[in-house]
Each structure stands twice: as C-alpha cells, then as structure tokens.
Design a protein around this ligand. Structure first.
Ligand code: NDP
Ligand code: GDR
Length: 326
C-alpha cells in the first residue's frame, strides 16, 4: 500500500525536491501552504497535478491539527520556517514563532492526532555557529550566532524531547547549506549565479556582497532530501549530520561561477557593508560519517558541478530559454 506524506514548506527549495522524490517513490503527497494574496507555486509548478495543497499556517495550531486529521499522513516533513538569517536579526520574534515554536505546534498536533506518525525536523548547521570542533558532528555542542540559529536549536531539542517523552518517531536532520537552481535569490549562492548570468548577458554591471571570507560546506539540495527520506525509513529515529565534508569560501564560489562564463570575478564583485551581519558564522564543515554508515548516504554532486549547474540554469532564465518564474 502506498504511503502518505505531508510536507510543510512545500513551496520552498527543499519542498520541491522532496515532493518529487516522494512522488517517485509512489507516495501520496500533501503540502501545507500559507494563505497569500498571490499563488507563489513556481518551484512546484511541474508537480502541481500530482500533489494536493492545503491551507494552514505554522502560527495556527488548529489549522495544523485539522490538516493532519484530514490527510492522515504516515510521515510529516517539517520544512517550513523563516529560513533567511539576516531577516532573523530584523524580525527575531516572528522567526522564533515560525522556526522555534512552529515545531512544537507540529509535534503537539501529532500527539493529539496520532503518535504513530513519523516526524522529520529540518535542523541546521547554523546551530553550530561559533564552531566548537571541526568537522562538526552530531555530538558537537551548539553555539548559534543568530536568532535563526537560536530558534533552530530550540526546534532541534524539542524534537529530541518529544521522541524521548512520548515515543514519537521523530528525526532531526542537521543539514549543512544546500543549494540548487531552485534556491531563493537572497541566499548568497543564487545571488551570485543570477548576477553572473546577468553580467554575462549585459543586464547587470556589478555584484555587491558582504563577507567574502565566510566558509560554508555547500552541497546539492537534490542529494540532501534523499537523506531526509532515508532517516524516516529506519527502524529507530535518530539525528544525523548531512554535509559534504568540503569547505569553500564565498570568494571561491564567485571564482568558480565567473570562471564558468569566462569572466574574472574581481572585475565585478564589490563589498557593500549593508550585507554584513551583526554576528556571522565564519566557518562550517560537517562530518557525515554517521549518515554514511547508518543510511548508506553520501553526496553525489561536487561543488564545481553545483556552481556550474546553478550558473547554467540562470543563463537559461536570463536569456529567456527557461521561463519557470523561479
Ligand atoms: P525556503 O526558505 O526555500 O522555504 C521555506 C518554506 O517555509 C516556504 O515554503 C515557506 O512558504 C514556508 N513557510 C514559512 N513560514 C511559514 C508559515 N508561517 N506557515 C507555513 N509555511 C511557512 O527554505 P529551504 O527549502 O531552503 O529550507 C527548508 C528548511 O530547511 C527550512 O526549515 C530551513 O530553515 C531548513 N534548512 C535549510 C538549509 C539550506 O541550506 N537550504 C540548511 C539547513 C536547514 P512561502 O513560500 O509561503 O514563503
Ligand atoms: P546562511 O546562507 O546564512 O549560511 O544560511 P547565506 O547564503 O545567506 O549566507 C552564507 C554566507 O555568505 C555570506 N555572504 C552573504 N550572504 C548573503 N545572503 N548575501 C550576501 O550578499 C552575502 N555576502 C556574503 C554570509 O555572511 C554568510 O556567511 C543558509 C540558510 O539556508 C539557512 O536557512 C540554513 O539553515 C543554513 O544555510 C544552513
């Protein structure tokens, strides 16, 4: 019998990749979307006939309970969050409501409807912040550096707590930065790939960035949603780091992206202090050996392939060959 999954945050980058993966596995897929004055379903447009969307909101407990009752999912993937770190400094309370308390609302709804439902929480490498050891693993202490990171620490521990208190199959995936052509344009990787395409095609002159020295462990979103699914198929729930184990700076990303179209990044990139953060995370690098050993998971797409894939897709978009609205 086919399984049923409910994805919160289905309109986001990971939601789109995960929905496709679950459809490919034969799941019935339901997605939670919040009400908006316009439908922003660009990322899931190709799947729209194959999934069912429902209105509910992380801020509204009753709407979540009703949604879970109506869809009777076997698995819930909680991807919805206020996910942009700079916004969390501007709107720390709202970030706490969505990204921290939203997790408790989901878990309470599961307690109320059925503790047989499996739960995945989208935890983040931002929880490591000022890193206490390198590479970071499941046992590395957290030291978050933004209201977003702090909210994710709460979401992580409340997931662990509900697993221990109520015997819920609840997993927390500690995912390091993962990108794709569906990444939002505010995040640095897509900001760069979009700018490279525009500059190459004569539609933009400069690219303004903040901290070029920041190091991230960047992987491909398509690989990372596979790890989420694998966690939910195990006999026992657990927490896993998902990463590539490779570190690159924002400067490296610029270099590979501009090189790909035959341009020198230093001719176009300028620093704008407006993009610096009150506190930044300087370096992140994950050890995914537990995911490799227990789940058989490893990343497939390399850093260079990822950057080139993003630049190529943005070249198609900017030149009008691709009109997906993303
Ligand atoms: P996106 O920002 O692309 O997507 C976030 C999703 O959450 C959107 O679908 C958004 O809906 C939804 N959402 C936000 N607020 C609410 C709300 N109040 N009620 C209902 N839905 C809401 O994020 P990603 O796909 O990149 O990330 C998915 C999850 O994984 C997030 O929790 C993120 O914090 C976490 N994460 C991401 C990493 C990454 O590198 N991408 C790494 C580690 C963790 P709308 O379209 O309406 O805005
Ligand atoms: P991050 O991703 O904060 O790691 O969170 P982001 O791409 O926003 O920043 C990465 C690093 O790049 C530096 N940077 C800039 N960032 C942005 N957005 N814009 C710029 O112009 C710029 N210039 C330099 C930043 O200072 C930072 O150090 C992402 C999100 O997806 C989170 O939801 C997720 O949890 C983590 O990844 C893991």
């Amino acid at each position: 019998m086919s399984k049923t999954a409910l994805i919160t945050g289905i309109t986001g980058q990971d939601g789109a990749y995960l929905a496709q993966l679950l459809l490919d596995q034969g799941y019935e897929v339901h997605g939670m979307v919040r009400r908006s004055s316009s439908d922003r379903f660009d990322r899931i447009e190709p799947l729209i006939e194959d999934i069912t969307l429902h209105q509910a909101d992380l801020l509204d407990q009753l709407s979540i309970v009703r949604l879970i009752e109506a869809t009777s999912p076997d698995e819930i993937y909680n991807l919805a969050a206020q996910s942009f770190v700079p916004t969390s400094f501007e709107q720390p309370l709202l970030t706490g409501e969505f990204t921290a308390l939203g997790v408790t609302r989901m878990l309470e709804a599961i307690r109320q409807v059925s503790t047989e439902i499996r739960f995945y929480q989208a935890s983040s490498s931002e929880m490591f912040g000022t890193v206490q050891e390198t590479p970071q693993r499941e046992t590395t202490p957290f030291w978050p550096r933004s209201p977003y990171g702090v909210a994710k620490v709460y979401g992580h521990w409340i997931t662990v707590n509900y697993r221990e208190s109520y015997d819920i199959f609840a997993c927390s995936g500690i995912l390091f930065n993962h990108e794709s052509p569906l990444r939002g344009k505010q995040f640095v990787t897509r900001k760069i790939s979009d700018a490279v395409a525009r500059i190459k095609l004569g539609k933009q002159e400069k690219l303004s960035l903040g901290n070029l020295d920041a190091e991230r462990d960047w992987g491909f979103a398509g690989d990372y949603v596979r790890a989420m699914w694998l966690m939910m198929q195990q006999d026992t729930p657990d927490d896993y780091v998902v990463s590539t184990g490779q570190r690159h700076t924002v400067r490296d990303f610029c270099q590979v992206a501009f090189d790909h179209v035959g341009l020198n990044w230093e001719d176009y990139v300028e620093i704008d202090p407006a993009f610096l953060r009150p506190a930044d995370v300087n370096t992140l690098c994950g050890d995914f050996s537990k995911a490799h050993e227990n789940l058989g998971w490893q990343p497939e797409v390399t850093f260079e392939q990822l950057v080139q894939m993003m630049v190529d897709t943005d070249l198609d978009r900017v030149s009008g060959k691709l009109n997906d609205g993303v």
